[in-house]
Unconditional design. Structure first.
Length: 207
């Protein structure tokens, strides 16, 4: 289970020699942790971590051409699959749909959807003559903590977040030595966070 942001606050201040929160109180430090959190999610996505991937089952009703509401953590789709209306994820017969820049001109509605397009934060499909079940695999956003009691949502993520937030803080006050040291530590800790959140996948590290 991940830790609350309060632990990140304490550790970051220790790195900054500000244990009494004199220079970096919560209202100053929390935005830096939130920015580090966004960066960490990007890093996890680049290496293909399953923690930033999601899957949802939605219903397509003819003759609409826009899929319904996505989950709250939805960012963007990565793959779509279709099946007969009422199918569940354990139902056999799921067929991959084809992503396109635009629905091909002259596409005639048939019994299956076939094509999908991601534009302006909307999933558009070619449409079908029958209702369909659609599985959307997507990139998800881990909730960014707001309060000190909020969980960070990433296993062992505090090791990266504290060091990276300290680096950002040091940079804002022109402390190059601490910035350099904390940047190096955050990069070292990033490898550990990636390893902890890769499940059974082989690690993919950037050169």
């Amino acid at each position: 289970m991940s830790v609350p942001m309060s632990q990140v606050l304490v550790t970051a201040r220790t790195y900054l020699n500000d244990d009494n929160a004199t220079q970096f109180p919560d209202q100053v430090l929390i935005p830096k942790i939130q920015e580090a959190h966004r960066e960490l999610q990007e890093e996890l996505w680049v290496v293909g971590s399953p923690i930033v991937r999601g899957q949802t089952l939605v219903a397509y009703a003819t003759p609409t051409q826009v899929l319904g509401a996505m989950p709250q953590d939805f960012l963007c789709p990565t793959a779509l699959f279709e099946n007969t209306a009422g199918a569940t994820v354990s139902t056999a017969g799921w067929q991959p749909m084809t992503e396109a820049f635009y629905i091909p001109l002259g596409t005639v509605l048939g019994p299956t959807l076939g094509w999908w397009v991601w534009q302006q934060e909307v999933i558009t499909v070619a449409g079908a003559t029958a209702s369909r079940a659609v599985v959307v695999q997507y990139r998800r956003q881990i909730t960014i903590p707001v309060l000190s009691t909020d969980l960070i949502g990433i296993l062992f993520g505090e090791s990266y977040l504290a060091a990276r937030a300290a680096a950002i803080c040091a940079g804002t006050v022109g402390n190059e030595a601490i910035y350099t040291a904390m940047t190096a530590l955050s990069k070292e800790n990033l490898a550990k966070v990636i390893s902890a959140n890769r499940g059974q996948q082989k690690p993919i590290m950037k050169p």
